[in-house]
Design a protein. Sequence first.
Length: 267
Amino acid sequence: MEEIEKIMIKYDELTQLVCQIARETGVYLRTEQKKLDETQVEQKHAHDYVSYVDKTSEKQIVAALREILPEVGFQTEEATARRSGEEEMWWVIDPLDGTTNYVHGGGPYAISVALRNEYEVLLGVVYDVWNDECFYAWKGGGAWLNGEQIHVKPQHSIEEAILGIEFPYNPDYKPTGLKLIDHFSGYCGAIRMNGSAALSLCWVASGRWDGWLEQYLGPWDFMAGTLIVREADGRVTNYEGEEDMLEGNAVMASNGIIHNDLLNALK
């Protein structure tokens, strides 16, 4: 582990390597999207799609990350690699976030990779393959997009804020989602959804949106994006306003200024 710890001190360099891996895997995703047909798509659950592309891209990412840090574990959406439970650090990977957009021939869709330990997220990379935008951050190093530092937008008024309100696959969320739409429609500046939790977080981090929230997510959906928002001076909590985002499935992100407006809308 001593050798790994030496490498891990250089989070900026390690993050750049992960960005490169994500971009290389993105080439595969773009190529395969042009050839994909509906017979190659399965449903994991109702309206929740997966294809050979998700599984193959995940294997590519895992193999490349193993070459960099062979003793680090994995937590992946498609379960092509797992933790033994003894690793001090592990990668959290979504090889294709926004699969529904992808299988319908559109976008956005992204690759999300985070490195964490038992206590915190150390780095995060979200590569928007559709728009060729790589969002990334490492702990204490700020948040970045294609080499330019990004920050949340200091929007003070909820009346002017652009909010992302997503509906997950779980139908139990419908009452909550409709409540949020009813509360903010005609009250905030605009309501949007893009089909990718990882990118929604990055859009908050870069100031394109002022807030976003969704529930019934996997850790691979939000782990990287959470760090990116926080390093962009934003705030991320669960639906109870708790800051610990290493567990759970409900995520709320904002510029920090309108966060209480989002929390209050759930009461």
